[in-house]
Structure formats: C-alpha cells, structure tokens
Design a protein around this ligand. Structure first.
Ligand SMILES: [Zn+2]
Length: 289
C-alpha cells in the first residue's frame, strides 16, 4: 500500500489531474519520518497549474506540487509512482522505459551544475567586504557542494533527510570523503544545540513568513527536535535558508543580514573562510569527474 486508506480514498476521487507520488514516500529506502508529508505531483503539459498546496487528512499531510510543465527528465519525478484515480495515466512513463544510462546522465549533469553553483558562490568569498556575507556565501557553497556529491552518486537530495543520505552514502573516492567532511565543518553542525535551533527557527519563521508551506516546515523541525535529532534539524534549517538565499541578490542578503545571521548562526562561521580555497578545489575535482 502506498497510502493509508483515507488518503487513498481522497485521491481516488480526484478527477481533474494526473497524479503521482514523489518525494521520500515514493523512495524505496524507507527513509521517511512520521512527520513527512505525502508529496503528490500534479502533472500536466499545458503550463496552467494551480500552484502548490497542502491538505491535511486526519494526522497526515498531503502536499500537492504543481508540475504543469511536465518534463520527463526532472529529477524529482524520476521515481514517481502512479496514483490510481479517475484520470488515465498518459504522462507517467511505464516503469523501466527510462534507460539506466539516461538516469545516470541526468544525475551526473545535475550534479555538475550544482558544483558550478557552489564554485560560483565560494568565489564570492574573495570579493565580498562584509564578514557576515563572506560566511553566508561559504555556507551556501558548502550545502551546494553536498547536493552535487549526492546527485553525482545518483541520489536525489531530500533536505530533511540529507544528513542521513550522507551517512548511508557508499563513498569510493577519498576526495569525496574529505569534501563531505569539509562541508559538514563549514556548515558548523557540531555547534548545534536546542537553544540555537530555537533561535534559528524563530528567524526562519520570519524569513519564510510568506510561504505557503511554513506550517509544514515548522512541524518537521519540531519533530526532529522532539526526537533528539538536533544535528539533523540544524542541517535542515540551514539547508532551507541557504536554498532560499542563493536565489537572492547581494542587496537583499544585506537587507536581511541580521535575520539571516541568526537563522544560519553565521557569527560562528567566520573562522571557516580560510577553507574557501579547499571548497573550490573539491568543486573543480567534482566537475572533472
Ligand atoms: Zn521525508
């Protein structure tokens, strides 16, 4: 069974769109937490989607994610599972119709693109004048490099599970092991405490106050903290905020500097700046591979 009965019932009655289960609940690795929502891709090809939304059914949450410009090469859709409802599945490819070599290629190129992003952000650390901004860019670069490593290993990064995904990763090359270690140090996980998570969470709520999924994010962080997964929640908050900020320009980053600094605990990061060159080196190594 992919879903608890109530959810199955709810979804079977949806008749307007083709649906597929994606995200950690579609993954065969059993990595999901109780707090994880069911991610439902709403597939279409016409480009007129309804946007994302969250629905609560009993204790469970469903998140509908708009894929109205459906593209078969999208990494988050590679392992999707057809949801039986009142539409016929025209868009969901038959299992195994995407070749293994194609999947490898899709992951590899996504990984390399992420290494390029990381290199771009870490290169800013030699030009920026503000200490907090240096630390911010280094942190963004470290998260991006970790994503690059997972993608190149054909693993789709899932923010709340990423530390676990790293723990389970089979690493064949020494430089990858060193790169992960370096990123973890740059992210500052060893500094994680409950007090710090509380402070970061408050700042995150302010930064994300416009987002439709803030309630879901908050409940996931609370779940991690309640279950003593302090390092994971520290990592998760940092990952979400860095992901949000990497798309913002310098002026925006400066405007929200105080909040960003609280959310990401940047004051503790300044010492790490001297490691920028190593991050650069690992990015370049990864791009060559
Ligand atoms: Zn999950």
């Amino acid at each position: 069974m992919m879903f608890p009965e109530k959810i199955q019932e709810y979804l079977s009655n949806k008749k307007n769109s083709e649906l597929a289960l994606i995200g950690c609940r579609a993954d065969n690795s059993n990595i999901s937490y109780e707090c994880c929502e069911y991610d439902i891709a709403v597939l279409a090809k016409n480009g007129n989607g309804l946007g994302n939304s969250i629905v609560q059914i009993g204790k469970e949450k469903l998140e509908f994610l708009d894929f109205s410009n459906y593209n078969q090469n999208e990494i988050s859709l590679l392992n999707m599972k057809n949801v039986e409802n009142k539409t016929s599945s025209l868009l969901i490819p038959h299992k195994d119709s995407i070749r293994k070599t194609d999947i490898k290629r899709i992951f590899l190129s996504a990984g390399k693109r992420r290494a390029v992003d990381s290199l771009f952000n870490v290169s800013k650390t030699s030009t920026s004048k503000s200490e907090l901004n240096l630390s911010l860019n280094l942190k963004i670069a470290a998260y991006e490099l970790i994503e690059a490593i997972l993608l190149i290993s054909e693993i789709r990064p899932m923010p709340i599970h990423e530390l676990n995904q790293l723990r389970q990763l089979e690493i064949r090359k020494d430089f990858i092991k060193e790169a992960i270690q370096l990123c973890i140090e740059c992210i500052g996980i060893e500094r994680a405490t409950r007090t710090m998570i509380n402070r970061s969470l408050n700042a995150l709520k302010e930064i994300f106050k416009e987002r439709y999924d803030i309630g879901l994010i908050e409940s996931k962080i609370e779940f991690l903290v309640e279950h003593g997964l302090i390092a994971d929640s520290y990592y998760y908050i940092g990952r979400l905020v860095c992901n949000h900020l990497e798309k913002k320009d310098y002026a925006h980053q400066l405007d929200y500097q105080k909040l960003n600094s609280l959310a990401l605990d940047l004051a503790g990061d300044y010492e790490n700046i001297k490691r920028s060159n190593l991050i650069k080196l690992y990015c370049k190594n990864l791009m060559k591979n």
